[in-house]
Every structure is written in structure tokens, then in C-alpha cells.
Design a protein around this ligand. Sequence first.
Ligand code: UDP
Length: 408
Amino acid sequence: MPGLNDYKDIIGEKNINQIKSLARLSKGKKVVMVNSTRNGGGVAEILHRLVPLLNELGIDCRWEVIGCNEDFFNITKNIHNALQGDRINFSPEDYAEYLRVNEENSRSIDLDDADVVIIHDPQPLAIRHFHKNSKAKWVWRCHIDMSRPDLSLWKFLRKYIIEYDSSIFSIAKFSKSLRHPQYLIAPSIDPLSEKNRFMDKNEIKKVLSPFKIPDHKPIILQVSRFDRFKDPVGVIKATRLVKKEIDCRLILAGGTASDDPQGKGVLEEVTREAGNDPDIMILPLKPNSDIEINALQRKADVIIQKSIKEGFGLVVTEAMWKEKAVIGGEVGGITIQLFNHRTGFMVNSIEGAAYRIRYLINRPQVAKKIGKKAKLFVTQNFLITRHLRDYLALFSILDNPGKNIIYV
Ligand code: UDP
């Protein structure tokens, strides 16, 4: 696994030294990250890299995954959907089960010696409630699109959120009225991981050969879990509009996350919508298909992420890093990544998506120019090294409440 010094060529020595200086302020600090899955989705993706880098810098950081059952995941998937705006009725039994599993995990996960506990997303949120006498600083890290949550659910969860010392959101629009400080930290990608490292044409060809993708037509790609908020059906419809004028092929690639029980149903819906159109390929991805995703993103002519809700959209960042002009839904974290005609394009409809797909297929030189700017933008804003620096700064801020300046 790459160490911090390996990023020198990408971000420069000055930035590396700044990270090391910040880390010295928190050396030996015991930090525990808690989430609900080791594989699948953006949170696990980030923790796989962030945790080893924090340890390399002398922070004693552990990553714990909560233990849960299928019922709990069904409830928390509904919680996730309702926080992203779906109207869902929760029964008192749902809430009771949610709290029961959180209480159980508060006992099975050892958090007693932690200085800082960072709880990711709503699934393990209520664990804090069952550690009333904890001396640790507790931070709730929200990764989801909270721009318009279901209000009755929000009222229920807010009680548990305000027990924290602070919370972190990915973009300002998601912040809420809470009694504690809120921080903005954007997610990030690791440029040296298998998913993002450089690959040449031969390697791309070799990695993709098992998929037997014919390459005599432009390829449109969306990589994502099969989730309605990612609008895979909308992508198929947009492609059909494009195909009226340009012959092209769509690849919808994705697997399921272990904490997402609805993926199978959505995949069935998408398969039905695709019918037996040979130009719509649904590629089921196994967990840890990083190298395949890397190759697909590099191979694609147009990359789309037509989400209708999106916490951040790491797949957008990954494609931008590969110098692609990405088309994304104008929602959530995509709005701080794609700027029309500069780093990509945002769309609000199937027709808009089709228009931009045609635009980019017909103008490869424009796509190339935007792609270069997109990579630069990611380098400056959304790499794991910036994320690391933000977390280190946060640890110091938690140690110095109320201080405006912390000397490094
Ligand atoms: N991903 C993956 N396999 C899949 C689908 C997605 O490894 O089948 C990865 C994708 O490359 C990205 C992350 O999972 O790194 C998804 O993060 P994003 O923020 O785009 O969406 P989320 O799934 O967290 O809503």
C-alpha cells in the first residue's frame, strides 16, 4: 500500500510536510471510525485508505464495522432513503429495532479507550446515546444527501445527533440546525489505489478482455450500486434518445453493497428496462473490482452519473481524475465537482443528459480539454491527502474548542 511520501509527485513536498506537521499535534491519539460495511459504497472506499494513512502518521486509528441483521439493514436502508427525501412511514417497532441494534453494538464494539469516535452515517448513529459517560469527543460524519430529509424521521434522529460534540457534512447545503459545531469536509479518492492508478492502453485491454466489450461504437458508462437514486433507468432512456442520432453502447456496471438490501430489486428493474437490446450491457461487478472499474472508466468515451440524489459521488471524482468530462445529475456533492463547460456538465432531465452525451461524443476535443481541467480540479480539492489534512485539523480543533488560531 502506498505511504504518504508516495504522493509527493502529485501534491508536492510542501503539502506532505504540512500534513506531517499537523499530525505531530495529534500523535498517539486514539481514534475509532465506525460504519456499517467493510465493502461497497463510498464510505468503505475512503476508510480503506484513510485509516492506514492516519496510522502511518502516528494516529492510533481503528476501523470498526457494526454487526447487524437483515431487518436492521432494511430499516436503515429506508432511513437512508427517507433522509434523501423519500416519504416513508416508520413504525415504533422499526425505531425500537434500530435502537436495539445500536445498543447491542455499543456493547460489542470497544470504544472505552478512544479519544475521538467518528460515527459514519445514520446506521450506527445512536451508539453515542449508549455511551453517556464517555470521555471521548464524538463526531457524526454524514455522507448522504441531507438537503431535504423526511421531517418526522429527522425529528427522531436529531435527538441522537445533538448528543455529539460536532458533525461533518460534505457540502454546506446539507448542514442543519444543530447545537454543536458543524464542519465541511469533502470526500476524496486515492490517486494511487488500484481504482485510480495510471493504466496504459494494453493493460486496459487485458483487464477488460473477459467482458468482451465490442469497441467499434462510442461507449457511455455509468458505474454505481443498483440504487434508484442513481437513476440507472434514466440513463437507459437517455441512451435511447442518443441512439436515434448516434450509434453508441451503454454499459451500466455495478455490484451491491452488503448494507444495501434493495440492490437486487433495482437490478431486476434495470434488466427489464434494458430488454434484449444488445447495445445496453449490464455488467455485474464483484466486490473489489477496482482494477476493472479503473479500466472501464479509462475506456469509456462518455461517463455519466445521472443521480437524482447524491451525497458526494466518488465515481464522478474517479472519472474526472482520469481526465474525463463527466455528465452528472445536478444534485448533492456533484454540484461542487462539475461546473458546466469547465470541469464537466450537470443535467436535470433525461433529455438534458441525452443532449450532453451527444455534445461530448461529437466534440472529442472539447471533452479532452474539459477532462484536463477536471483532473486539475480533483488534484487541488478531492484527493485523499487533502482529506487526511482535514481530519488532522479536526482532531486539533476538537482539542482546542473555541480557539480561532492553532499554531502548528
Ligand atoms: N463502486 C464499486 N463497485 C461497484 C459500484 C461502485 O467499487 O459496483 C465504488 C465506486 O467506484 C466508488 C464508490 O464505490 O468508489 C461509490 O461511491 P459514490 O460516492 O459514488 O456512491 P455511494 O455508493 O457511496 O452512494
